[in-house]
Write a protein that binds this ligand. Sequence first.
Ligand code: ZN
Length: 391
Amino acid sequence: MIKYLSANYIFPVSTEPLKDGVVSVNDKGEITKVFDRDAAESITDPIEKHEGIIVPGFINSHCHLELSHLHQSLPKGQGLISFVNAVLKERQAEDAVITAAMKKADKMMFDNGIVAVGDISNNILSKKVKQESKLYYHTYVEMMGFNPEKAEEAFEQGLALKEQFYPLPASVTPHSAYSVSKELFKNFRNYSEGKDNLFSLHNQETEEENKLYRYKTGAFLEFYQSMGLDVEFFKPQARNSVQSIIPLLPKDQKILLVHNIYTSLKDIYFVRRFGRDITWCFCPNANLYIENRLPKLDMFLPHDFNITIGTDSLASNDKLSVLSELVTLQKSFPAIPLTTTLKWATLNGARFLGIDAELGSIERGKKPGLNLITDTQGVKLSEKSSIKRLV
Ligand SMILES: [Zn+2]
């Protein structure tokens, strides 16, 4: 049985928006055809007509399912280091509590039209939820270790955890420039040689990270001290963090840099010149939650970069909704059209995860999931826009 769906606009993402377009889909959720208004006149079967915009299922490029139980418990606007300290202090809870919160978060993402997630994990707890979920999950097993003497040990532990996630798709990744030693970065480079291993790093989420790398000053020094870590070994690099770590990352792997709030124009040119396979992931609502500041998106736009969208976790977001991230972007960067931000939120994320043969755009043969965005204003979103899953 073929269903015909129409709305004021269809955004296939891989091609231009279609005013009054129609998309046909079979029982399995597979797109059988996309019609523009003229071609749709030949359809003799009934057409289900909606008010709004039909878009493919969203890809959430950055989440931490295992922090879901911290929903609405950490204060806003305190800056990243306070936030990290609070997470470290508050994240302990009973497995049952964490699992129940993860299930709820998974359902929230489903209801908000998300079909795939790049999820950071530091332990195995999320495996069962992911296995039972209707969503596709890629797990980034994340490692930390700023003490160079502990690099081997940290890496072995991380690899063992990655094995535990089998058969779910998983890779190992460094957490950030401020939490991973040069030695540990080298372990990642050696390990990923000759195999596919998606990287996802938190990047420049606070200006303190740049201060640490440029001058060895700032709040991270107190942070290390409070953890009992002597950072005598660390030498200031006289340049921003991202410029210091890019050369440590492998050439032939896809690398997601997440947040990028304090990335400078100079950093962008440096990254361009260095020829790594970089995708930039933005999580605007989490940035407002933690740092009360947004990345300078305008600087990234002229470079034809790969860009994706993430929600981050419920510890730093009121909800897990890619649409809500798009509404925030439209409010803060009204000149960026929905066709652009929607591509970040769908096809680009699917490409990064290597699942774009099936997901990310409305094209014949794909099973991307279909969302209706309601309360739109022409080809723009409104504060009231919400999601209805059609397929
Ligand atoms: Zn994160």
